[in-house]
Ligand binder design. Structure first.
Ligand code: NDP
Length: 237
């Protein structure tokens, strides 16, 4: 028996980065894992072969696809909504369609996925959103639209915790700081600037974030809900 040996989990956006680390961790801990991806078919096939998880192509920007994905996954013990887009830049110059697509992926998908999952989720299920420390603090220019999406996750987390609490379903957000992924490489152009804001001046590893997700998904966290769990090296301290 391992922690999640009788549990089913869906990770929305699991092909790369933090999502892939969550797929690896929950699979290693015994869950029957399904994960979605949008473009990375090869990486998804490799991850599925490595972990035994099931990969499904589904665009998180498409509301119907999100609802169909969750519905088809059947009753879920654990839902993790990780898929995220990052559009940074001068708000006077940004492409409005790109900003709206980010809103679809980062705000609408978590809402509709969580509501659809809750329809069939057994008592004591787990809903976990991947937010960001930027939901609390955006200490550089060009991040207003992204920060908006991660602040939205905070309200969603608190509200749904109230809605589903009577069933023992917990709803939490994990708020990473700079984490070494394709979205934010540890040796990327903004790394030095980001490290100036941090008490521990390095990017997190994706598996460190996955460890927090595993705790929230696990049996010890049944009374933890409606909460924002920041893992950011002191970025927001
Ligand atoms: P990556 O860009 O490295 O990976 C993003 C993942 O999300 C991929 O698996 C990608 O799939 C999937 N995804 C993106 N768009 C869609 C979509 N439309 N439909 C389905 N899947 C999609 O990002 P990270 O791992 O860095 O970020 C994961 C989450 O963590 C995001 O919500 C991000 O905002 C948040 N975060 C990241 C931080 C960081 O420093 N890295 C800091 C704070 C928060 P595919 O490969 O198919 O495109």
């Amino acid at each position: 028996m391992t922690t999640f040996s009788d549990k089913t989990a869906l990770i929305i956006g699991g092909s790369r980065g933090i999502g892939a680390a969550i797929v690896r961790r929950l699979s290693a801990d015994g869950a029957a894992v399904t994960f979605s991806y949008a473009g990375s078919a090869e990486a998804s096939a490799a991850l599925a072969a490595e972990t035994g998880a099931t990969a499904v192509r589904s665009d998180a920007a498409d509301r119907s696809a999100v609802i169909d994905l969750v519905s088809a996954a059947g009753p879920l013990d654990i839902l993790v909504v990780n898929a995220g887009a990052l559009v940074l830049g001068d708000p006077l110059e940004l492409d409005a369609d790109m900003v709206d697509r980010m809103f679809d992926i980062n705000i609408r998908a978590p809402y509709h996925a969580a509501v659809e999952a809750a329809r069939r989720m057994p008592d004591n299920g787990r809903i976990i959103f991947i937010g960001s420390t930027n939901g609390d603090r955006i200490p550089f220019e060009g991040g207003a639209a992204y920060a908006l999406t991660k602040s939205a996750i905070q309200g969603l987390t608190r509200g749904l915790a109230r809605d589903f609490g009577s069933r023992g379903i917990t709803v939490n957000a994990v708020q990473p700081g700079p984490t070494d992924t394709d979205m934010n490489p540890g040796d990327g152009p903004m790394s030095d600037l980001m490290h100036t804001f941090m008490a521990i001046k390095r990017h997190a590893r994706a598996d460190e974030v996955a460890g927090m997700v595993a705790y929230l998904a696990g049996p010890e966290a049944g009374i933890v809900t409606g909460a924002l769990h920041t893992i950011d090296g002191g970025f927001g301290a």
